[in-house]
Design a protein around this ligand. Structure first.
Ligand code: KG4
Ligand code: ZN
Length: 329
């Protein structure tokens, strides 16, 4: 079994995964959303202190599996340096203490492998990754064989939901709140610009849309519940339309390939519905990670680590570094 640890942002999580059969024997996650909510975003030092409390507690619950552990895996890139460090320190100590190899996992690769938790890998695929830190389309052929086809020029998709929620005083994380509000709103009331609509660039951008929302909020001054719902719905429509348009361009430019959507924001049901329609029209298969594995978790890190284990891709504990900004190896 592999013991995996995730602490790249505000979720402390540990999983135990069977190497041969992919079985998830243990999985626990303690989210810090409540603690960060009143600040309207993740406070790195607070997150790091909460990881230092939560990770040993979760490890204690997984104690019975320790004699069966053949490798320890940990997210070491990208993420917040102070929070990544908490998981990495624990992983190094466990690897040395148990005398088993250490595996460093890229968080984004982890999100991609959230598709294959308790399953065999099914590749190649085009994958749209929508999270709080990233928005990209990748051509994924294997664990170490993936190419970024489009990425964001500024904010990420999830981050834009967080910022719009913050502008309306709705707390953090913004994604689920905006999605919920949008269900009651009129998505055609505000004509927010769909980013890069007339550009051939295969890229994403959310800062212009965010500013358009800011201006609309400024003009309204006192926001009613109806105003907030209409803003949420109109913003969500523009943001998702942007993802759809660029994904469509990628599909049209390159040979057809099945599509998958991963990352915390892939839990958005409006997005899921729109992509189901698009892929249906194009005759492409579409997959999502299970709802419980969309946001950050150690099960996806453990699943990705199985591929590294099979390839013998281990790292000396003295060499494993925290890489906050890295994207892909
Ligand atoms: O993947 P994730 O858990 O963490 C990162 O790797 O960033 O994604 C968290 C992000 C946050 O920005 C959150 O607001 C967004 O995903 N998110 C959503 C939804 N649920 C979470 N965005 C839009 N709609 C949602 N339902
Ligand atoms: Zn993530």
């Amino acid at each position: 079994m592999i013991l995996s640890i995730e602490s790249s942002c505000d979720d402390s999580s540990i999983a135990i995964t069977g190497i041969g059969d992919f079985k998830l024997h243990f999985h626990k996650k303690i989210s810090q959303e409540l603690e960060h909510s009143r600040y309207g975003g993740v406070v790195p030092e607070l997150a790091s202190r909460l990881h230092a409390e939560a990770l040993p507690k979760i490890l204690e619950e997984a104690r019975e599996f320790l004699p069966h552990i053949k490798a320890v895996a940990v997210t070491n890139e990208p993420g917040l340096s102070v929070t990544l460090m908490e998981g990495v320190m624990m992983a190094k100590a466990l690897s040395m203490g148990l005398g088993v190899p250490l595996i460093g996992v890229n968080h984004l690769v982890g999100h991609i492998y959230s598709l294959f938790i308790e399953q065999k890998e099914r590749l190649p695929k085009r994958v749209l990754l929508v999270s709080g830190g990233h928005t990209m389309i990748l051509d994924v052929k294997g664990y170490k064989d993936m190419e970024v086809l489009a990425t964001t020029l500024d904010d990420s998709f999830g981050e834009s939901f967080d910022k719009v929620a913050k502008m309306m005083g709705l707390g953090y994380p913004g994604g689920p709140v905006i999605e919920r509000l949008a269900r009651e709103g009129d998505e055609n009331r505000f004509d927010f610009p769909v980013p890069l609509k007339n550009s051939k660039k295969l890229a994403f951008s959310f800062s212009g849309l965010k500013n358009a929302v800011r201006l609309a909020i400024g003009e309204l001054k006192n926001l009613s519940q109806k105003d907030m719902a209409d803003i949420a719905a109109s913003f969500q429509k523009a943001a998702v339309t942007h993802l759809l348009q660029k994904s469509k361009s990628v599909c049209e430019k390159l040979e057809p390939r099945d599509f998958a959507i991963v990352g915390g924001a892939s839990a958005n049901l409006y997005l899921r519905d729109k992509f189901e329609k698009l892929c249906g029209e194009k005759g492409l298969g579409l997959e999502f990670a299970k709802m419980e594995f969309c946001s950050d978790n150690a099960a996806m890190i453990g699943r990705a680590a199985i591929e590294a284990y099979k390839a013998g891709d281990f790292i000396d504990p003295k060499e494993l570094k925290v890489l906050p900004k890295s994207c892909f190896t």
